[in-house]
Design a protein around this ligand. Structure first.
Ligand SMILES: C[S@@+](CC[C@H](N)C(=O)[O-])C[C@H]1O[C@@H](n2cnc3c(N)ncnc32)[C@H](O)[C@@H]1O
Length: 293
């Protein structure tokens, strides 16, 4: 059986161990398939990739990811994948054929997507990627030729070097899904990646999330966010960056993006969670960005 990532001490991701937050995000997507009807994000591989033991834990209610108190975070993690994949579907219609997952974790897009002519580049820490490949093998999920692995430890090398090795085509535009990664990075590291994407051929695009700075712990969304921050910090991957919407807009324009969509939780709830009988919705100060050059 493939192992659960080991607990790390606080600090940057350990060189040898896969990301614990990648497993957490995958368990929320898997729980979403079981608990939230109808799912906002349909992923027929979400339960398979976490392995039979964890899937059983979710079915039996033994993992916290399916609990009612986890609903806002589960909703957010499901929605951000839906948002990225909806955005890419539109880009594909306009001719984009390269999809790059930055910090891919256990994302399953590469193994279930049916878009014509697309190459999916999975960029991730080598330890997380090796663990994912063991999980894929163990769960019998086939790796299509259109999936390309680009192992990169951002602490030690650049995204460009990783993509060069993976034969990414720098002459063609690309779509970047950067989900669940930016909150763990410094503003400088985020800026470097934005500059990189903005320098690619016109109409390249990136989707990612950010959170606004907290204003104290006295209301429910903030309490929820504080609990989540404490959990990811305990997993060794603390949140490091927060932005006011105006700061984010300025950074995107300065790094070279022209078209920007910034949706807060109210806008995302209206788009993805309106009229649900189960009341599933987003809370807190997170935003989704879709930015194009
Ligand atoms: C919260 S997970 C998100 C995974 C995935 N995008 C998702 O939404 O499920 C963060 C990802 O960032 C990756 N990561 C963290 N530090 C890294 C580093 N130094 N180099 C490369 N990837 C890193 C982890 O391996 C992990 O896959």
């Amino acid at each position: 059986m493939v192992e659960r990532p080991r607990r790390q001490s606080a600090g940057p991701m350990h060189a040898e161990f896969p990301s614990r937050t990648a497993l957490g995000a995958a368990l929320y997507r898997a729980a979403h398939q079981l608990v939230d009807k109808p799912p906002v994000f349909e992923d027929p591989l979400a339960l398979r990739i976490v392995g039979e033991a964890m899937a059983e834990g979710l079915r039996g209610g033994r993992e916290r990811h399916g609990l009612p108190q986890a609903a806002p975070l589960r909703a957010f993690i499901a929605m951000r994948s839906r948002y990225a994949e909806d955005s890419f579907a539109q880009d594909h219609d306009r001719g984009t054929r390269q999809y790059v997952l930055l910090g891919a974790g256990l994302d399953t897009f590469a193994y279930r997507q049916r878009h014509r002519g697309v190459t999916v580049f999975e960029v991730d820490h080598p330890a997380t990627q090796a663990w994912k490949r063991r999980l894929l093998a163990e769960s019998g999920i086939a790796i299509p030729e259109s999936a390309v692995y680009a192992p990169v430890d951002f602490e030690h090398e650049s995204l460009r070097d990783g993509l060069v090795r993976a034969r990414f085509d720098f002459a063609r535009r690309a779509f970047f899904a950067w989900l669940g990664v930016t909150p763990y990075l410094s503003a400088d590291a985020i800026r470097r990646t934005l500059f990189f994407v903005a320098a690619l051929p016109s109409q390249s695009e990136i989707v990612f999330e950010y959170a606004e700075p907290r204003n104290g712990d006295d209301d429910a969304p903030n309490r929820f966010f504080a609990a989540m921050s404490a959990r990811v910090a305990a997993a060794g991957e603390p949140f490091r960056s927060f932005f006011a919407p105006q700061e984010m807009a300025t950074m995107l324009r300065e790094t070279g993006f022209g078209e920007i969509e910034d949706l807060d939780c109210a806008a995302l709830n209206a788009r993805y969670f309106a009229g649900r009988a189960d009341g599933l919705c987003l809370r807190g100060s997170a935003h989704m960005i879709r930015a194009r050059t």
